[in-house]
Design a protein around this ligand. Structure first.
Ligand code: SF4
Ligand code: SF4
Length: 391
């Protein structure tokens, strides 16, 4: 059984619509036109600890997606919108704030990897039903694919100065997915939009940690998304204050974007991607500081939060508590100062130092806790954190 390219195109359009994707396009695969840009980004070390991005397999996949599936000829590219009208992720940091952490919008609901994968698998099944046995591969973020370039080629949007894809009408609060097919499918390419960033540079100026080297160039090592999710080691001290209460990801360079302000509220986000409840949008930091392993498993179940382990989450919580400027953060930070994981204790020490500086009323108690910890601490890194916090 075979199907001609036009029949496959029509079936793909219908299946993507049935799956609820907000945008779709179909493009023949071709070598990336931006492989040199990616190579330069890697050579500058902007990928930080994400060494998988520099493996030969990853570089080859990004340069030529046909290496990802034998016989691959076509990509169906889809976009699914999430929470453009959700409240801002982070409360203001210039004054006392509630003890709530901030989670990036995309991570508040069910893990988008699962949602987009399942929906693209349904699209693949529809095409196989039409064409018979057909090699295909679903890619959702994890595959080494130059997906933003593909999305642009498919007419879904344009690559913006904040390095996100902006889909005019939807904004940048979209997740992308691709279905690679070992078949020719007639293209579906939206009429090229003239929309671009123009003279705007709001995202570049608003980034709390100064992570943009230039327009379109992000140094991941300074990005809060990278620091809270990908980065395993200690968070550089000089960046901690700028993280505010963000414990998983950051939306600032999207929140300030006029394209998102203009994204119409009439766009109904995928229901599964919307925050399940308040705790998944802005969790209570004191609760997270003492959460048990089983409770945490339940909390992160089927969410993107699964990507970080408990010590990394508690490290982020310690920094966030230190940035609350709220006396109520003292007790949970003292609890974290006794955590069995050295890195958590080290960041709790920093948090107590930051809190003591911001809230004079609890400074004596915070310094007493730091001194008591210093008396019994053996780990040299934690001792260094304690010394810095006490100093
Ligand atoms: S996600 Fe946040 S930290 Fe990262 S570049 Fe955007 S504004 Fe900066
Ligand atoms: S904030 Fe301005 S420069 Fe940044 S992505 Fe949006 S339109 Fe482009």
């Amino acid at each position: 059984m075979t199907a001609d390219p036009a029949a496959l195109r029509d079936a793909a359009i219908a299946a993507c619509k049935a799956a609820g994707f907000h945008r779709m396009g179909i493009v023949p695969l071709a070598p990336s036109a931006r492989a040199d840009v990616y190579g330069a980004w890697l050579a500058a070390g902007h990928h930080g600890e994400m060494s998988y991005l520099a493996t030969p397999e990853h570089v080859a996949g990004r340069a030529d997606a046909t290496t990802l599936l034998p016989g691959a000829r076509t990509a169906i590219v889809v976009a699914l919108a999430y929470g453009a009208d959700a409240p801002p992720a982070a409360p203001p940091t210039d004054g006392p704030v509630a003890l709530r952490g901030a989670i990036a919008r995309y991570a508040r609901g069910t893990d988008y990897h699962l949602i987009v994968r399942d929906r693209l698998q349904a699209v693949a099944a529809a095409l196989v039903a039409l064409a018979g046995p057909l090699a295909w591969r679903v890619c959702v973020d994890a595959a080494p694919l130059a997906e933003r370039e593909l999305a642009e080629r498919a007419g879904l949007g344009f690559t913006a100065k904040n390095t996100m894809v902006i889909a005019p009408g939807l904004g940048s609060y979209v997740v992308l997915g691709e279905l690679l097919l070992a078949a020719d499918v007639a293209p579906v390419i939206a009429e090229a939009s003239r929309a671009r960033c123009g003279d705007c540079r709001a995202c570049l100026d608003a980034c709390p940690t100064g992570a943009f080297v230039d327009a379109y160039v992000l140094d991941a090592r300074r990005c809060i998304s990278y620091l809270t999710i990908e980065h395993a080691g200690p968070i550089p001290r000089e960046l901690r204050a700028a993280m505010g209460t963000r414990i998983f990801g950051c939306d600032v360079c999207q929140e300030v974007c006029p394209w998102n302000a203009a994204a119409p509220a009439r766009v109904q986000p995928a229901a599964e991607l919307v925050a399940r409840d308040r705790e998944h949008a802005a969790p209570a930091l004191a609760r997270l500081a003492t959460i048990g392993a089983n409770q945490l498993r339940q909390f992160v179940k089927r969410t993107a939060l699964r990507r970080i382990d408990r010590p990394r989450l508690l490290r982020n919580v310690a920094v966030a508590l230190g940035n609350t400027g709220d006396a109520a953060a003292l007790a949970p930070l003292c609890a974290l100062l006794a955590n069995p994981v050295a890195q958590v204790r080290g960041h709790a020490a920093w948090g107590l130092g930051a809190l003591a500086a911001a809230v004079p009323a609890i400074a004596a108690a915070a310094h007493a806790a730091l001194a008591a910890a210093d008396d019994v601490e053996d780990d040299p890194d934690v001792r260094a954190e304690l010394a810095a916090a006490r100093g």
